[in-house]
Design a binder for this molecule. Structure first.
Ligand code: ME8
Length: 523
């Protein structure tokens, strides 16, 4: 039986104003999902939308629409963005889906029956955009510590989840399974900022919020959005329904990938809920950093006066989704904050995609065309330089796999580009054009064969990250779609097969001209 791999993004607040920052988590998960599929695993990649709460009602009202009308539009918009960015999700959950609402009610009732939820009254500071309650001491200058907006004092009858009972269990979890929360620094953040100061019970129902899942046994209460949202990871698999086969197959999740600001919900509240329900815990919660713009988070809930273009709907059609994806994997050290700038994106487009990868492929293909009518040549005895290239490629390939074990997309893409760089250096040294003049056909064939093998292996490795351009290269080489093949073999191509012709993969950009065009397009 195939090994399974279950990966999730957070469910998104539906919006038609998604920036590259918002799309980051989904773009990241996509490469991990594709990589695992190519490793032959049975992958479930889940994403979706988080559709309840006061904020949604307010946005719908502002747009002059019913919640349902508003949400349907936003969801279509979100899905079309994922399509544009070549996101290969297997399932899209909406928290307004009937099966999800029923399962969430069941979870709430079970927690109540088991004594983990009780009735009380809530007094506190509520931030509507963040759907979060804060205590007086948590406020920063009297405002929400997450988004800096105004908070309102509220008091009402509410149900509470006994989160305080789970502090020791969560600490034990981090101790016994340090791989549960990554990168490591996130453990300290959770322990020092939330667990050590003391976990308080969590308010998990509201009577003032109408747009939410009603508590089954007390329907004037609606379930707090996070208690509705977090269980999407199991309800999407059919937990609590008549058909739990996907739940049995895929749970526990291999990794929940999320942004750092929602780590506390995923690494404290979510495991506590699962422990209370008696369910297995996810194997890993990975809290990535933020994509920053001029020192600020690109977020749809906080206004910045951006001058640069961060709209994936403008960038993707213009430069390809591959280019955007690659830039984010490579430039933002995975797990940490990283700066985005249009200029850095355009510069890397030229240096890495156009000059390094694109040029390697087009030079090699044009030489195979010129000297051998595009027929893949066989190879003869390898020279020391050929052997060194082969060693290098096979070693870096192993590195890519090691980095992907740790979800280190930045190091993985760096290793892939090391392969392309090495091949370009090899061309300069091997000088196939000079060898052609000497008439040493065997040597010439061997050099071009070494280059094609490097492109094949590099192309296979690059496919999860840049699926379109890599696929074009692999198709031209005659490599079928599917699992990684012959990556430890430097002689994996079929000799005598004709190379299909390839257009230029990443035409070089005029950075200054692009910057000007973008600033007018993105105003
Ligand atoms: O948080 N850089 O949804 P969301 C990197 N509904 N990542 C960013 C980012 C940036 N500048 N801006 C946003 C929610 N994100 C909840 C989740 S899960 C049970 C409920 C990321 O639409 C953010 O960190 O606000 C998160 O991972 C994702 O976008 C969705 O955020």
């Amino acid at each position: 039986m195939k090994e399974k791999f279950y990966i999730t993004t957070p469910i998104y607040y539906p919006s038609n104003k998604m920036t590259l920052g918002n799309a980051y988590t989904t773009i990241v998960c996509d490469a991990i999902a594709r990589f695992n599929r190519k490793q032959g695993k049975d992958v479930m990649y889940l994403t979706g939308t988080d559709e309840h709460g006061q904020k949604i009602s307010m946005s719908a009202e502002k747009a002059g629409k019913s919640e349902k009308e508003y949400l349907d539009e936003m969801v279509e918009d979100t899905k079309s963005l994922w399509k544009l960015l070549d996101i290969s999700y297997d399932k899209f959950i909406r928290t307004t889906d009937d099966y999800h609402e029923k399962a969430v009610q069941k979870i709430f009732t079970q927690l109540y029956q088991k004594g983990y939820i009780y009735k009380g009254s809530y007094k506190g500071w509520y931030c509507t955009p963040c759907e979060s309650f804060w205590t007086e001491s948590q406020l920063v200058d009297g405002k929400c510590p997450d988004c800096g907006r105004e908070v309102k004092f509220q008091e009402e009858e509410a149900y509470f989840f006994k989160l305080s009972e789970f502090a020791d269990k969560i600490l034990k979890l981090y101790e016994e399974h340090p791989e549960f929360l990554q990168p490591k620094s996130r453990i300290n953040e959770m322990v020092n900022n939330f667990i050590k100061p003391g976990l308080t019970d969590l308010c998990v129902s509201r009577t003032s919020v109408k747009w939410g899942v009603p508590v089954e046994f007390d329907p004037k209460h609606t379930i707090y959005v996070w208690i509705d949202a977090l269980p999407n990871y199991i309800t999407a698999l059919g937990w609590g329904s008549d058909d739990e086969s996907n739940f049995k197959k895929f749970w526990p999740a291999d990794v929940h990938v999320i942004g750092k600001e929602i780590v506390r919900f995923h690494a404290i509240v979510w495991p506590a809920i699962l422990m209370a329900l008696g369910l297995e815990l996810p194997k890993c919660v990975f809290g990535h950093g933020w994509l920053m713009f001029g020192g600020d988070k690109l977020s749809k809930s906080k206004k910045t006066d951006q001058k640069e273009c961060i709209d994936p709907r403008i960038l993707a059609p213009r430069y390809s989704s591959d280019a955007i994806r690659y830039f984010l994997y490579r430039e933002i050290p995975f797990g940490y904050d990283g700066n985005y700038s249009t200029e850095a994106f355009l510069t890397r487009f030229n240096s890495d995609l156009s000059n390094n990868f694109g040029n390697l492929v087009s030079r090699t293909f044009s030489m195979v065309k010129k000297y051998f009518d595009s027929v893949i040549p066989e190879s003869y005895e390898l020279s020391d330089d050929d052997k060194a290239l082969k060693e290098y490629v096979l070693n870096e390939t192993k590195e890519v796999f090691k980095h992907m074990e740790k979800y280190d997309l930045t190091k993985a893409t760096t290793s892939i580009f090391n392969i392309f760089t090495e091949a370009n250096t090899y061309i300069q040294k091997a000088q196939p054009w000079a060898v052609a003049k000497t008439g040493d056909e065997k040597r010439l064939k061997t050099i071009l064969r070494c280059l094609l093998e490097t492109i094949r292996i590099g192309g296979e490795l690059f496919e999860p990250f840049a699926p379109n351009s890599s696929r074009k290269v692999l198709d031209a080489l005659g490599i079928e779609k599917g699992e990684f093949k012959n990556l430890d073999n430097f002689d994996g191509l079929e000799s005598g097969r004709e190379l299909r012709s390839l257009d230029i993969l990443f035409p070089r950009l005029d950075v200054q001209a692009e910057l000007e065009t973008l600033s007018s397009l993105c105003e």
